[in-house]
Design a protein around this ligand. Structure first.
Ligand code: ATP
Length: 628
């Protein structure tokens, strides 16, 4: 398959919002692909050249792209700009200009120095892919011109429809309305003509969330190939998540005697470490990932040092929660302050100013053996053999009342007690909250590590936030209305937010947030959404026309909100069911959706992907439980 043919699929995908149709188109595309190409196609569908967890950026902005289009088509940048302004989309502008150029035989003219390594206008996918990799990798002085030249080369050769996507991909503007989950569905459809393999494919993806690798494996070796998918140091594993209950009694009813740990309020870290002796490399290899699989290694040079010092294994993957503390008082600080470590500059200075501890609680892999399918008890036992901690009587004053020998080092064990006694749970809960943590997590003793799943092997029991609704929700910011009055200064009035509907792979609205935000919170919001602005409604959003915001935002920012209650609402789409009127023309609300009463912003969840937002199913169960 060549890029021209692939572009016809992109176009078909762009034209539909129906999840079933998207799955069918993708399955057809995958059937036609070779094992070599399918991985690359999967990355390109996401507008990338590497898996999502690898930080690679094209480093191409609209202005640069306009220069590349102009160079590729031998026209003025101003012409490109004019058409772009008219059409509102730079990909379509380039396509239009390419068509116009073809008619006027522009394409046959002698072009400026754009190189001519590619000749075929249908473009082999590998050539495009290699070009994109070069563009992404080109950095430093002169890289802008290099990128422009490489892009121009593609634009010059490709046929018009391909040009549309060659322009959109490096700009991160593919905007096809689906996520990885739909691609996994499509892989099942490719093999079996239905979604019956989806669960197994997803299980493998949760261990290696690299779509290209998974697609290539099933294409080349069928479902059998997936049996060999095991953890790989350096590739993040989708993190296990916790379900929620609201009392010790409920927890014991569900999982019996269990291990109760503090629920720390920091940033979840998955640490991947390879000792140098084993790799015969000059230095050790260490990577740290956050919940949304972002590589956050540069954020924590002090933890990297501690890992080298405290880990006794050649190759290991483990998890914990990193929490910052005040160096003077040794008191732990809220999540938001820990997140201040997330910065590009002055990292070393911040590390001193905001020191951290890593509370470890999970072992996923060690020296060639996957621990994912081992029980909690086995994992914990081994974890304690691998991570060495040492005493330091200075720290922290209260955290270690139980006398555990885990106080001094940067990496310490999460506070834990195996129990079936209600008072123990309540004591731990109270202690955890008094130390500014969130409550407790109970873990099933014979439970496996459920990669990527919110199962019942982990159960969280959190501080009550309000009478009726005793948990916060994580919502995706989908757009905003322009401000009035005092808010005019910010240019933002209210934020429209939504939750994730897993069944449809769509985001459904649940509330607007605005009143009650501090000026600081507004500023933070604006800073964060700046890059996400979109001219059109993203294809994965389902929003009632009454709630159409002034500015749409691409899926990117997740925030945690508390609220008094979940209520029913006819305008919000989360959980809403519509029915056709008798005439069959109009739709009316059969079951209203869910909404939040008095939503309040708690924190920005930069550690969550859009698909990690609270799901419609969760809201439904919280709604049923609230006030009980
Ligand atoms: P919440 O918003 O309630 O923190 P979440 O959706 O971020 O929940 P959950 O999977 O529901 O994530 O809860 C588990 C989270 O709690 C983990 O991602 C981790 O960051 C944090 N955590 C703190 N202490 C522990 C612990 N001892 N064991 C496991 N996770 C812990």
């Amino acid at each position: 398959m060549n890029f021209a043919e692939l572009s016809t699929y992109f176009e078909r995908l762009e034209k539909t919002t129906s999840r079933n149709t998207i799955t069918e188109i993708l399955a057809e595309l995958f059937k036609k692909s070779t094992p070599d190409a399918i991985g690359k196609i999967c990355y390109l569908l996401q507008g990338r050249v590497v898996p999502l967890f690898e930080p690679i950026e094209f480093g191409v902005a609209d202005k640069m792209m306009m220069r590349a289009i102009a160079l590729g088509l031998s026209i003025e940048v101003k012409t490109v700009n004019d058409v772009f302004k008219k059409l509102g989309d730079i990909g379509s502008a380039a396509e239009f200009l390419k068509k116009a150029g073809k008619k006027s035989h522009l394409a046959q003219q002698t072009f400026l120095d754009v190189g001519n390594t590619i000749k075929n206008e249908k473009l082999p996918i590998t050539d495009v892919f290699d070009h994109f990799v070069k563009i992404a990798k080109s950095t430093g002085p002169g890289s802008q011109d290099e990128k422009i030249k490489l892009l121009a080369e593609l634009i010059r050769v490709a046929e018009p429809l391909s040009v549309r996507y060659l322009v959109r991909i490096p700009l991160g503007k593919m905007r096809l309305g689906f996520s990885d989950m739909t691609i996994l569905d499509a892989l099942s459809w490719m093999l079996k003509g239905d979604k019956s393999y989806k669960k197994k494919i997803e299980a493998a993806y949760n261990v290696r969330p690299d779509l290209g690798y998974i697609a290539q494996t099933v294409k080349a070796r069928g479902m059998d190939g997936l049996r060999h998918v095991t953890p790989k140091v350096g590739t993040p594993i989708m993190m296990a998540r916790a379900n929620r209950l609201t009392s010790a009694v409920e927890i014991f009813e569900k999982i019996g005697k269990c291990a109760v740990e503090y629920k720390y309020d920091g940033l979840r870290l998955q640490v991947h470490y390879v000792k140098s002796e084993k790799r015969k490399a000059k230095s050790e290899k260490i990577k740290m990932f956050s919940r949304n699989l972002e590589d956050v290694t540069p954020m924590f040079p002090d933890i990297a040092e501690a890992v080298k010092l405290q880990t006794e294994a050649d190759e290991v993957i483990f998890e914990g929660e990193v929490v910052a503390y005040n160096p003077k008082t040794h008191v732990f600080v809220p999540f938001q302050e820990t997140m201040q470590r997330k910065r590009k500059y002055d990292i070393a200075a911040k590390a001193l100013e905001i020191p951290v501890k890593l509370f470890v609680f999970e072992l996923l892999y060690v020296d060639g053996i996957s621990y994912l399918t081992k029980t909690y008890e086995e994992r914990k036992k081994k974890l304690k053999l691998i991570i060495k901690t040492f005493k330091d009587s200075r720290f922290p004053p209260k955290a270690d009342r139980r006398g555990n020998d885990t106080t001094g080092s940067t990496i310490v064990y999460a506070q834990e007690k195996v129990t079936q006694n209600e008072t123990d749970v309540e004591d731990m809960f109270a202690e955890s909250v008094s130390l500014h943590f969130e409550g407790i997590i109970a873990k099933k003793l014979d439970g496996v590590y459920e990669a990527g799943i919110r199962g019942w092997n982990w159960i969280k029991f959190k501080k009550a936030m309000s009478k009726k609704l005793n948990d916060t929700l994580d919502v995706l910011v989908m757009g905003y209305t322009l401000g009035e009055g005092k808010r005019t200064a910010f240019g933002v009035g209210q934020f429209l937010t939504g939750v994730y509907d897993q069944k449809q792979d769509k985001f459904m609205t649940v509330t607007k947030i605005g009143t009650g935000l501090t000026d600081e919170q507004f500023r933070e919001f604006i800073k964060r959404v700046h890059k996400l602005k979109s001219k059109e409604k993203p294809a994965t959003y389902e929003v009632d026309t009454l709630l159409t915001p002034d500015v749409w935002l691409m899926p990117g920012l997740v925030v945690e909100v508390s609220s008094d209650e979940i209520t029913r609402s006819a305008v919000h789409t989360a959980g809403r069911v519509m029915e056709k009127s008798k005439s069959g023309k109009a739709f009316s609300v059969k079951t209203p959706g869910f909404a939040l009463r008095f939503p309040r912003l708690e924190k920005f969840r930069d550690d969550k992907r859009p698909e990690d937002a609270t799901t419609v199913t969760e809201i439904d169960s919280l709604f049923k439980k609230q006030g009980q």
